[in-house]
Write a protein that binds this ligand. Structure first.
Ligand code: BG6
Length: 479
């Protein structure tokens, strides 16, 4: 549909920005914090770009007041951050580390003081290493109970001031990269285990939401799903089927479970035939159905285009661009089902991510039609090189263009009838990219931090900072 006049953004629309503990906090062993799986993994040579780690990151742990002052100056309505499990329970369970609770209390109070709505992510990938060592972390059902206990602790401590919660960040990514491609910890490549691990994560997600109702009855919670809507490369029926397969295997496989507590049929039967379907108990589905979220959190960066993949075709082993050298990303796929192809109609970033604002509108409509849930965009943004000019300015017009066009797409989706809660740009300050070091920047605020040497970590407002401030001031009226 072409709209002549777009509906305005809701007056209580949450204009925001997001981050994650490991990527901003630093202070990796301060105040009793335990070791996470990422604290271990980054020390294995060759795992991250130039072997960068989050030991210091952008030192948000010590500079949160300065960062929140910048958020307040911008007029941010909401800030999404994650809690490091290892600050609360250094060993994943057992005794609470009061200093960890104190830190998040200070952070939350500072946000509230400035009228910024906190959105708290319970889990953004930094698993206590002690749980990995004891029972394989997500590989064991034991994690469900530990995650439940950790979540309840957060509800009790912070539920009075935090009303928006994200359960798991990008379950589809941390399980796939941890257990299918081996690029994230624990660096395993085992398809069967991947589906099992993912089932445990589904149970953890559901139990957290179920408990949430008891402790924060006036709050809202959902997962943050990394949604890359599937396109077919051509109108050949075989390519359309490949895109359908991809939409089901890479998207519905998660979102159906979140919403309905059921796995999609064709994929379930496919996995059964291959002998890699997860082992489930009948009672699991009762729990999964009880864990229905209040909203779908969507992390949207790009669409993916697919074509038919022969039985001896591309696998998930294709090279992933973590260097910023354009054109180095390779095709990946599942043999016999689908494989990715470049979409010639779209521009790409230097990291070969497609830039597709219309894809966001398409995705939002697909979610609305299939699940009927309100949507919070929990991440969207552009990772690019930024240059500090001689006069100290950073003119990131490319980022403004990216966010602008995506906001337009959201407004069109709102006009279509999508129920939108808010929009969190990834990210507020520059931060550590898990595999790409510090050169791939996302922030409105530049941080003088790099892969090599020591830096002063000073904050510099980019051009996009001033632009987004105005968008918020006008509640998106003039975009
Ligand atoms: C999302 C994650 O996948 O994308 C973030 O939730 C991440 O933690 C972001 O940083 C951007 O990815 P990347 O690889 O460019 O840092």
């Amino acid at each position: 549909m072409l709209h002549k006049k777009l509906k305005p953004f809701p007056t209580d629309f949450l204009w925001g920005a997001a981050s994650a503990a490991y990527q901003v906090e630093g202070a990796w062993d301060t105040d009793g914090k335990g070791k996470s799986n990422w604290d271990e993994f980054v020390r294995i040579p060759g795992k991250t770009f130039k072997d960068t780690n989050g030991d210091v990151a952008v030192d948000h742990y010590h500079r949160y007041k300065e960062d929140i002052a910048l958020m307040a100056e911008m007029g941010l309505k909401t800030y999404r951050f994650s809690v490091a499990w290892t600050r609360i329970f250094p060993n994943g369970k057992g005794e609470v580390n009061q200093k960890g609770i104190d830190f998040y209390n200070r952070l939350i109070d500072e946000l509230v003081k400035h009228g910024i709505e906190p959105i708290l992510t319970i889990y953004h990938w930094d698993l206590p290493q002690a749980l990995q060592d004891e029972y394989g972390g997500w590989e064991s059902r034991q994690i469900v109970e530990d995650f439940r206990n950790y979540s309840i602790t957060l509800f009790k401590e912070f539920g009075d001031r935090v009303k928006y919660w994200v359960s798991l960040n990008e379950q589809n990514i941390f399980t796939r990269l941890g257990y299918q491609t081996g690029m994230h910890p624990p660096g395993v490549k085992d398809d069967k285990l991947f589906y099992q691990v993912n089932h445990h994560a589904n149970l953890a997600n559901a139990i957290a939401i179920k408990e949430f109702r008891n402790y924060v009855p006036d709050g809202k919670m959902g997962p943050s799903f990394a949604y890359s809507p599937a396109y077919a490369a051509t109108s050949k029926p075989a390519d359309i089927l490949a895109a359908e397969n991809a939409e089901e295997l890479t998207n519905h496989w998660w979102m159906d479970v979140y919403t309905w507590g059921e796995y999609p049929k064709a994929t379930w039967n496919y996995l059964k035939r291959r002998g890699i379907a997860p082992q489930v108990k009948e009672s699991d589905f009762t729990l999964l159905k009880e864990g229905k979220p209040d909203f779908m959190g969507v992390n949207y960066y790009q669409t993916t285009t697919y074509e038919k993949n022969p039985l001896d075709g591309a696998t998930l082993d294709g090279h992933f661009n973590t260097t910023g050298k354009k054109g180095t990303m390779e095709s990946t796929g599942i043999q016999g089902l689908f494989k990715t192809v470049a979409n010639k109609n779209l521009e790409t970033t230097n990291w070969d991510w497609n830039i597709d604002p219309q894809g966001l509108r398409i995705g939002l409509r697909r979610i609305t039609n299939r699940y009927g849930l309100p949507i919070l965009i929990s991440e969207n943004g552009l990772g690019e090189y930024d240059t500090v000019e001689a006069d100290g300015t950073i003119n990131d017009d490319y980022r403004i263009e990216y966010i602008h066009t995506h906001l337009k797409a959201i407004q069109e989706a709102i006009t279509d009838g999508v129920d939108m809660i808010g929009y969190c740009v990834w990210s507020f300050t520059d931060l550590l990219s898990w595999l790409n070091g510090f050169q791939k920047r996302y922030g409105f605020v530049y941080v003088n931090q790099h892969e090599d040497g020591k830096h002063d970590l000073r904050r510099i407002k980019k051009k996009s900072f001033y632009w987004y401030k105005e968008v918020i001031d006008n509640n998106g009226e003039n975009i």
